[in-house]
Design a protein around this ligand. Structure first.
Ligand SMILES: *[C@@H]1O[C@H](CO)[C@@H](O)[C@H](O)[C@H]1NC(C)=O
Ligand SMILES: *[C@@H]1O[C@H](CO)[C@@H](O)[C@H](O)[C@H]1NC(C)=O
Ligand SMILES: *[C@@H]1O[C@H](CO)[C@@H](O)[C@H](O)[C@H]1NC(C)=O
Ligand SMILES: *[C@@H]1O[C@H](CO)[C@@H](O)[C@H](O)[C@H]1NC(C)=O
Ligand SMILES: *[C@@H]1O[C@H](CO)[C@@H](O)[C@H](O)[C@H]1NC(C)=O
Ligand SMILES: *[C@@H]1O[C@H](CO)[C@@H](O)[C@H](O)[C@H]1NC(C)=O
Ligand SMILES: *[C@@H]1O[C@H](CO)[C@@H](O)[C@H](O)[C@H]1NC(C)=O
Ligand SMILES: *[C@@H]1O[C@H](CO)[C@@H](O)[C@H](O)[C@H]1NC(C)=O
Length: 787
């Protein structure tokens, strides 16, 4: 059932996410919705239980040699019923009589630790800022998994430093890994893009960096795979995420929507998962035993990990989903489905009632609390500080010169060159630049959402001033305005300049949490201004900013627009990264992590049509299935040089494998057979131009095996090569796992089929290989059936 968006709520969320959490900013009581009650948002001055002298010193929980879940059970068994209920929300009071301090489960860290109930910045001085990396959509364009691991290591280090000072939690409700299925989604900026394989690789490296390893002895911080599952609509056409019922086939679930979770949960072993607001096929996910138990805990091997609800999603099981007849029933449904932490207060307020009428047992609540405390134990919460290096981190480890350099590098590596007639890098003769457009002086805009307090924000014009250019600036127009009031001023400064940089696109006023786009065209009259500027026939560079793509067709076909760069939300050093690429201090190597569709795409398919495969009223989604012609395709991105690719070992471009032998070997080598290696391609990448440059080697597979329809192609491997000099050859090593070649049937089961698979390097097929698989089709994984 789909109910209208609660507009007031959307405004409250926006205020909340942007604001400093001053309670007066927030309307706490919207149409009876207890969302965002003050207790939910309460900051906690974090501290650790005292295992040396405190009341628990002789309890098993303080024995750091014991099993984490035995330790957790030992402490939770001391809780009274009321203490159990009281600790089921994100703002948990702890148990003072046991020396258990309050705990705030809700900390954010999407691209740097971020403002949230669990993260508090000092007004100035120490702990007043943290490193602000680009939004994931731009970092993913780097196609550099090691970069992502390093970024995550900084985020977790800074999180620990803040935690040691009492100002941040140990549980981070990040990453957002729902695939960016439709360009209109307001939160696509938070994700690594549209391709499930790419997201899987990205998130594996991210979790490694956040948690301090794959199942380390001590978690560095706990990461949360969100939003599980099928969540990628905010409020399109009044379909509110709070009550949205996504109709998703088992085939698409298994083949697309669940793939990133397999990597985040099953392979990278994230400690936590968040269930989403929406329903899938009629059942709100936070109340779904099928999703939370059969799929997540069993099939994805999440075991005793912590499931947290999205904020007030348990309340939403009742209103607006109307799946439960009361809040008490909603609370019981969620608890029994396996939700351990309620973001909100529905559990704290209504579990007692559910208990009193026999809908839940004390054991049900205990199970949730054991999972909570099991995670805290794994975080070293009850361990002696001298045994943990993480407990030694402090302000000196925050925003270090290395972290600052990494934030800059992440932006440089992601920024993507979409068009260039040779104008870029700018000639050294160009000294006077007219900066025009609503992003030219961007500062906080560069962070996108889920932002922290950055140590600095270098705007494009500030970067140009710092580089001693003669800078003229006019905003020209706003993001979404049809006023031409500033056109004359903009054109006048452009007339006297050597070159024009127009910086525009979209930002969080157009795409945001609780706000999808209706149109994927450039908003307002920005293109009209660019068109007028192009008539001056001066070097004209357009910076297309924002997370979702917008249709650049007009700029692409206008010969007087010399270059286009996509810059996403580039973070604290964004302006410098953009300017350094424009001037040739750095070379671009980003690749689009999402298809740039023509604007007409928004009229061709409803956002609520969840199908990724083409069908009536749906031209297909993503580069794998879209049957139209993209403006710029997934993986597209130019360089300042040229590259060639050739197999290292000629003529070994064709290989044959027997499926049954592959599977037999796999059983000895990997935990899950889809992880088994098929083969590793080695490709010589040669810089055939004149500029030192990074290069992302992308390997796509194509096949027509198993039942149709077939994907056009699919990314199966990639690697980033750094600093390739003119004429230099570097080997790209591209491993391919058998799971990536599987074909998913209508039940969601993944099979490896015999037949011929062709592999090509890069979007323009710089080199090709083929592999023939012989033998019988083989089941790789079977999605649990929803009975
Ligand atoms: C939090 O607690 C620490 C240690 O007890 C103390 O130094 C710090 O001042 C507290 N911060 C706030 C904001 O209360
Ligand atoms: C549980 O929470 C309620 C509401 O905040 C409070 O009144 C009560 O004292 C708490 N009980 C215990 C045992 O902490
Ligand atoms: C969405 O809902 C609002 C408020 O109920 C209404 O004014 C508006 O016309 C609706 N928009 C669409 C596209 O249905
Ligand atoms: C508990 O109350 C809810 C409604 O308030 C009802 O639907 C449910 O059946 C009751 N459970 C029992 C065991 O009485
Ligand atoms: C923990 O620290 C204590 C005191 O420094 C030391 O004796 C002990 O060996 C350490 N244990 C582990 C497991 O590191
Ligand atoms: C750019 O923005 C900053 C802060 O938002 C402001 O202080 C500065 O005056 C602006 N610069 C220009 C040239 O408008
Ligand atoms: C015009 O420029 C002024 C001064 O920079 C700015 O405040 C205003 O918002 C701009 N208006 C439009 C429509 O571009
Ligand atoms: C600008 O004009 C276009 C075309 O007439 C219209 O669709 C759009 O809504 C207008 N935008 C604003 C902000 O007024």
């Amino acid at each position: 059932m789909i109910l209208p968006l609660n507009i007031l709520y959307a405004v409250a969320v926006l205020t909340f996410l942007k604001g400093s959490f001053a309670t007066s900013d927030i309307n706490f009581n919207i149409e009876g919705n207890p969302r965002l009650v003050p207790e939910t948002l309460a900051h906690t001055n974090y501290s650790f239980p005292d295992c040396e002298n405190g009341p628990l010193k002789d309890n098993l929980v303080c024995d750091f040699h014991a099993d984490p879940y035995d330790r957790a059970r030992a402490v939770v068994s001391l809780f009274t019923l009321e203490e159990l209920f009281n600790n089921t929300g994100n703002t948990s009071p702890g148990v003072p009589r046991l020396g258990l301090p309050p705990y705030q489960w809700w900390s954010e860290g999407l691209h740097g630790i971020a403002n949230s109930p669990g993260v508090k910045y000092a007004p100035s001085g120490e702990y007043s800022s943290s490193t602000s990396f680009p939004q994931p959509i731009l970092m993913s364009a780097a196609f550099d998994d090691y970069l992502i691991q390093q970024v995550a290591e900084v985020i977790s280090t800074e999180g620990r430093a803040f935690n040691n000072f009492g100002q941040s939690g140990l549980d981070y409700w990040t990453p957002n890994i729902n695939p960016f299925r439709d360009p209109r989604w307001g939160r696509g900026q938070e994700t690594p893009g549209e391709d499930p394989f790419h997201i899987s690789q990205y998130v594996y490296s991210l979790i490694l960096g956040l948690q301090g390893g794959i199942e380390p002895n001590n978690l560095k911080v706990a990461a949360t795979c969100k939003h599980f599952a099928g969540y990628d609509i905010e409020n399109w056409n009044n379909h509110s995420r709070l009550g949205y019922n996504a109709i998703i086939s088992e085939q698409d679930l298994s083949d697309y929507f669940l793939v990133p979770f397999q990597s985040c949960v099953r392979d990278a072993k994230a400690a936590s998962t968040m269930c989403s607001y929406n329903a899938v096929n009629g059942v709100p996910v936070c109340a779904s035993e099928y999703f939370l138990n059969n799929v997540l805990r069993e099939y994805l091997n999440f075991g005793e990990g912590v499931i947290t609800s999205d904020c007030n999603a348990i309340y939403n099981i009742w209103n607006p989903h109307q799946y439960a007849s009361s809040q008490a029933v909603a609370a019981a449904d969620a608890l029994k489905a396996g939700v351990d932490v309620n973001c909100g207060v529905t559990y704290q307020d209504y579990l007692p009632e559910a208990f009193n009428n026999g809908s839940i047992t004390q054991e049900d609540v205990t199970t949730a609390l054991v999972r909570q405390y099991g995670t805290l134990v794994r975080l070293g919460y009850f361990d002696p500080p001298q045994n943990q290096s993480y407990r030694q981190l402090g302000w000196k480890d925050v925003n270090t010169p290395q972290a600052q350099q990494l934030a800059y590098q992440a932006a440089v590596e992601g920024i993507t060159l979409l068009k260039n007639d040779g104008t870029l890098p700018l000639s050294k003769k160009i000294r006077k630049i007219a900066f025009i457009g609503p992003w030219a002086n961007a500062t906080s805009q560069m962070q996108g959402n889920y932002e922290g307090d950055a140590p600095y924000l270098i705007s494009p014009i500030q970067a140009a001033i710092d580089a001693k250019f003669d800078v003229q600036y006019s905003i020209g127009t706003l993001i979404d305005s049809n006023s031409t009031a500033n056109f004359t001023e903009a054109i006048n400064i452009a007339k006297s300049a050597d070159a024009i940089i127009f910086a525009g696109g979209i930002d969080n006023t157009i795409e945001a949490e609780a706000q999808d786009r209706e149109s994927i065209a450039w908003p307002g009259n920005q293109l009209e201004l660019v068109s007028q500027l192009s008539q001056l026939r001066k070097p004209l560079i357009v910076l297309q900013m924002g997370g979702g793509q917008i249709d650049d067709s007009e700029l692409k076909s206008n010969n007087a627009v010399n270059a286009i760069l996509w810059g996403g939300y580039p973070g604290q050093s964004g302006g410098k990264a953009l300017l350094d690429i424009i001037t040739g201090v750095a070379a671009p190597s980003g690749r689009l992590p999402a298809t740039q569709y023509p604007a007409s795409y928004a009229d061709e398919v409803d956002m609520t049509d969840m199908s990724v495969r083409p069908g009536p009223g749906n031209p297909g989604r993503t580069y794998m299935w879209y049957t139209g012609t993209p403006v710029y395709e997934f993986g597209y991105g130019l360089h300042y040089t040229t590259f060639s690719a050739a197999p290292v070992k000629q003529p070994h471009t064709t290989q044959t494998f027997d499926i049954q032998s592959l599977i037999a070997n796999a059983r000895y080598n990997v935990e899950y057979i889809d992880q088994a290696l098929l083969t590793t391609f080695e490709v010589n990448i040669q810089n055939t131009g004149k500029v030192v440059s990074d290069y992302s080697a992308l390997l796509f597979a194509q096949s027509q095996v198993g039942p149709p329809p077939y994907r056009q192609k699919e990314l199966v491997s990639y690697t980033k090569l750094h600093g390739i000099k003119p004429n230099q050859k570097v080997i790209a090593t591209l491993p391919v796992k058998i799971g990536t070649l599987g074909t998913v049937d209508e039940l969601g089961d993944r099979y490896l089929y015999p037949g011929t698979y062709t592999f090509s390097v890069d979007v323009d097929n710089k080199a090709t290989f083929s592999v023939t698989l012989t033998g019988e089709k083989q089941l790789l994984s079977a999605l649990p059936q929803n009975k």
